[in-house]
Design a protein around this ligand. Structure first.
Ligand code: NDP
Length: 443
């Protein structure tokens, strides 16, 4: 049995009840197999055994008091996965579905994603099963303060620098930063995604969505195509989805559908993003409210957004939102490219459909790396006590996404798998981390 297969089997056995982690593990190790198994030094140094096991996983109690005066308790997590190339870096997710399995899958992916950015950041991820939806600002603050009262001892500007993710935006980062500063009595760049007035970076809010579209445009250009004039479907209507939609529109594409966990809207004339931003960023409302702004649009409850005919699909909501059946439907309707804004939105089977049908497919760990890359730029600005302009950050982001595309395309080609960007991203991300781990000895 090959080295990769042995590690995959043993890791699955050692981590029962962690389906999302096993899914990410299987995708990554099986695409890495030909590359790793041809190089015995990786087995000699136990690289895979070390890579799959987090350096540290912290689970903690988060007690807080709701508006009715009742004590509530949530679970908090921080998985510090790998620090071979820099301090742990990765978002914090607040969503009722959060479990150790979800945080581990996200953290594991993050190691390779962060390596792909070319910046000195290791991999980590955290979160809680707390649901900010429907909570008052005071309740969210109480929760965030309690969360950081435990988390603060494990993080630091040179140790572990968390950011936002699902359910964690500017409001939550602000509350967490305030509590951290109060406890440690230091103003330091320990979190990214901060408000502009207290150390945040311009263009961080836009970065994941913009970066996704920059990478998709690079991929299309390399195949003599462009987003201009294309019909696009974006799932989700959160941070990533909104700015992916904005950048796609500014490059001349027509975005016709967006969604949230309740359902999706279809607007044949093209999404009115001003309306979506007001609903989601200001009112914290539901996407169904869109039809009161644009009566000609149609709202459909439930899943089904992937049945909308499009040239380019950008899944930007959550893991496993795009199944094998959805992938087949997209292909039948003529999709030419798929760019993952979310982490692991396509199931293993859906990914296989796209690859086998030669659809241009940009996997999340490359396509959504613009968020963490710009977080690293925020860290640099914090260390230098400087603020770059929006354009400076945006230009750096664009260059990083172009370089990620070039790297994953080159790695795929070198492996004899031209245009398989799943393999390309995994190999290119892995090589650097493995080299650093070997250089640092058995730690
Ligand atoms: P937000 O919380 O801002 O938005 C999430 C969006 O996805 C919402 O519209 C939400 O709808 C929808 N959604 C969440 N769960 C489901 C579900 N089960 N079914 C359907 N829709 C769902 O999160 P982000 O935009 O920040 O994150 C989206 C994805 O992008 C995640 O996979 C995240 O890990 C990834 N990502 C984010 C980065 C960032 O910088 N923010 C960086 C890299 C990746 P509802 O409001 O109804 O729940």
């Amino acid at each position: 049995m090959s080295y990769t297969q042995k590690v995959l089997d043993a890791t699955i056995q050692k981590n029962p009840g962690e389906p999302e982690f096993v899914q990410a593990l299987t995708e990554i190790l099986s695409t890495l197999a030909p590359f790793v198994d041809a190089r015995p030094e990786y087995e000699k140094h136990g690289i895979l055994e070390r890579l799959v096991e987090p350096e540290r996983a912290i689970i903690f109690r988060v007690p807080w008091v709701d508006d009715a005066g009742k004590v509530q308790v949530n679970k908090g997590y921080r998985v510090q996965y790998n620090s071979a190339i820099g301090p742990y870096k990765g978002g914090i997710r607040f969503h009722p579905s959060v479990s150790l399995s979800i945080i581990k899958f996200l953290g594991f992916e993050q190691i390779l994603k962060n390596s792909l950015t070319g910046l000195p950041i290791g991999g980590g991820k955290g979160g809680s099963d707390f649901d900010p939806k429907g909570k008052s600002d005071r309740e969210v603050m109480a929760f965030c303060q309690s969360f950081v009262t435990e988390l603060y001892r494990h993080i630091g500007a040179d140790t572990d620098v968390p950011a936002g993710d699902i359910g964690v935006g500017a409001r939550e980062i602000g509350f967490m930063y305030g509590q951290y500063k109060r406890i440690v009595n230091r103003f330091e760049g320990v979190l990214t995604g901060k408000g502009i007035v207290y150390g945040g970076s311009l263009a961080r809010k836009e970065a994941t969505g913009f970066g996704l579209v920059y990478l998709v445009e690079e991929m299309l250009k390399a195949h003599k195509k462009t987003l201009k004039g294309k019909t696009v479907v974006v799932s989700g209507s959160g941070n990533v989805a909104i700015y992916a939609c904005q950048k796609a529109q500014s490059l001349g594409a027509k975005v016709v559908a967006m969604s949230d966990s309740g359902g999706y809207i279809f607007d044949a004339d093209g999404i009115d993003l001003v309306a979506v931003k007001e609903i989601k960023e200001v009112k914290r409302g539901r996407i169904s409210d869109y039809v009161s702004y644009r009566p000609a649009a149609v709202y459909t409850e439930g899943k089904g957004i992937w049945g909308v005919k499009c040239d380019v699909a950008l899944p930007c909501a959550t893991q496993n939102e795009l199944t094998e059946a959805d992938a087949k439907l997209l292909v039948k309707n003529g999709v030419i490219a798929v760019g993952e804004g979310a982490n692991m939105p396509s199931t293993l089977e859906a990914t296989e459909v796209f690859l086998s049908k030669k659809i241009l497919f940009a996997p999340g760990k490359a396509a959504n790396a613009g968020g963490v890359a710009t977080s690293a730029l925020e860290m640099s600005q914090n260390s230098m006590r400087l603020s770059w302009t929006f354009d400076e950050v945006d230009q750096k982001l664009k260059a990083i996404m172009a370089s990620i595309y070039a790297n994953i395309a080159a790695a795929a080609k070198e492996a004899g798998l031209e245009d398989n960007f799943v393999a390309g991203a995994n190999i290119a991300g892995f090589k650097k981390v493995a080299e650093a781990m070997i250089a640092q000895g058995t730690v």
